[in-house]
Design a protein around this ligand. Structure first.
Ligand code: PLP
Length: 487
């Protein structure tokens, strides 16, 4: 449209603009909302851990249409208590022993607030230099803090990046693996490439491989040993069979701390096979990786000095709220070669000179939040000593629980419990275990979940919520044994 045509609409007084919140109002409401959040944490034990609402109940408490006019925020605070809180499963409750921990700590909450408040977009170094440089620095700090291989540090060819999830990390790693594999074999396509992972790997590995273009029939679930860890012999056999069939083994995804049972794949041996076969090896350390802040648990790092990429989730066990996945690569160029696409409007002198990191080239989306702020605040608030105290107490309480299971005539461990997750069963079989789980969860103070291991229904108790103390773990065991006594 010719701009002059719009002139006829420019009659009358200028519009007043939207009723934005002023800095003064932000200060006022910010105080009240933070107060509400702090109060929520204070009241956390007053709620049943597992939400009691039926499907549709939360939606029924909300109007069908959005407000036509601005609303007072007092009503919002009221609705939080009336509609939202009853529909929450309280992941921050001390009796939350389900799935895996997802911490909301004070420093991480404040870091997220800063990120939102600054509202910068860290897609390029040039789009907010501090966003990139703080991220690089805290990722290097984490390498040192966790005793990770130095090749992951940014002062060599490697480097770290904060992703939104372990799933995205696996996706980026597999895209890089695909590109590297195709560069090495002329005349082949992704249809010829094979990915190997364990039958106990997280479902996100399959999903990532599919999104990265690998065929469903080219994703191999390698068998595992009795501890549910991937078998190197089975991997070698599968790779040999695929080579014989004319396929191209491209990537291995190992897990350090599987979701079901925290099984630890033998990364060093798998990396040997991957190296000999020219395959990319990615390691998913989603939950267990955080344990490496303690020197005595660095067995979770074994073999990482020979892998191409690795990630773990500070948003699971390292006191940082969602979302924050720490991912490292040994050779950052293989990642950026696979993920970098540069339109004219993103060109800028610093990127062209190649002297800066542009994290948009390390991830799927273009845009990125200032996530390193919350990790920075967490690291500064707790220090290494505070983080270690959290990991050590979680492991100690889980080990105590495992001891009670071992000593009980009706219960047994279903898997080794190397860290903070205990998988166990009542000897009464699947139905008895289902009933124990239901009885414990119905009571309201605790939430535990299940998995299936070796074909049997298995209970899982995962320790790591910020508010959990030894007595909560003890009370959970009492509730479990009481439920078993009533079978
Ligand atoms: N990998 C493992 C071993 C996990 O336990 C989980 C979460 O349960 C994931 C990946 C998925 O993590 P995210 O939600 O960060 O993608």
């Amino acid at each position: 449209m010719d701009p002059s045509e719009t002139a006829e609409h420019d009659t009358g007084p200028p519009p007043p603009g939207a009723p934005h919140m002023t800095p003064e109002e932000l200060r006022l409401w910010g105080g009240r909302f933070l107060d509400w959040v702090a109060g929520y944490h204070e009241r956390i034990e007053d709620f049943p851990v597992l939400s009691q609402v039926r499907p549709g109940e939360v939606a029924a408490g909300l109007p069908d249409s959005p407000p036509a006019e601005p609303e007072g925020f007092d009503a919002v605070l009221g609705d939080l208590d009336r509609v939202i809180v009853p529909g929450l499963t309280h992941w921050q409750a001390p009796g939350f022993f389900a799935f895996f921990p997802t911490p909301a700590t004070g420093p991480a909450i404040l870091g997220d607030l800063l990120s939102s408040g600054l509202g910068v977009q860290g897609m390029l170094w040039a789009s907010s230099p501090a966003c990139t440089e703080l991220e690089t620095r805290v990722m290097d700090w984490l390498v040192d803090l966790c005793g990770l291989p130095r090749r992951f540090r940014s002062d060599g060819p490697g480097g770290g990046v904060i992703q939104d999830s372990a799933s995205s990390s696996a996706l980026c790693a597999l895209v890089a693996a695909r590109e590297r594999a195709l560069r090495g074999v002329a005349g082949r396509t992704v249809a010829d490439l094979v990915v190997y992972t364990s039958e106990h790997a997280h479902s996100s590995i399959y999903k990532s491989a599919r999104i990265a273009g690998f065929g469903a029939e080219r994703i191999r679930y390698v068998g595992s040993d009795p501890t549910h860890a991937m078998s190197p012999e089975a991997l070698a056999t599968a790779v040999a069979a695929d080579r014989a069939a004319g396929l191209v083994p491209a990537a291995v995804v190992a897990t350090v701390g599987t979701t079901s049972s925290l099984a630890l794949d033998p990364v060093a041996r798998l990396a040997d096979i991957a190296g000999a076969e020219g395959m990319w090896i990615h390691v998913d350390g989603a939950l267990a990786g955080a344990a490496a802040v303690c020197a005595e648990f660095r067995f979770v790092n074994r073999g990482l000095d020979a892998v191409d990429s690795y990630c773990f989730n500070p948003h699971k066990w390292l006191l940082t709220n969602l979302d924050c996945t720490a991912m490292w690569v040994a050779d950052r160029q293989s990642l950026t070669d696979a993920l970098s696409v540069t339109p004219e409007y993103l060109r800028n002198p610093e990127s062209e000179r190649g002297t800066v990191i542009d994290y948009r080239d390390w991830q799927v989306p273009l845009g990125r939040r200032f996530r390193s702020l919350k990790l920075w605040l967490v690291l500064r608030w707790y220090g290494a000593a505070g983080l270690q105290a959290h990991i050590r107490s979680g492991v100690a309480w889980a080990q105590q629980f495992a001891g009670w299971v071992r000593a009980h005539p009706d219960f047994s461990l279903a898997a080794p419990a190397p860290l903070s997750l205990v998988c166990f069963r009542h000897r009464g079989g699947d139905e008895a275990n289902r009933r124990v789980l239901a009885a414990v969860n119905d009571e309201g103070r605790f939430y535990i979940t299940h998995t299936v291991l070796d074909g049997q229904y298995t209970l899982r108790l995962s320790v790591g919520a910020v508010a959990t103390r030894a007595h909560h773990v003890e009370a959970a065991w009492e509730a479990i044994t009481a439920a078993a006594a009533n079978l």
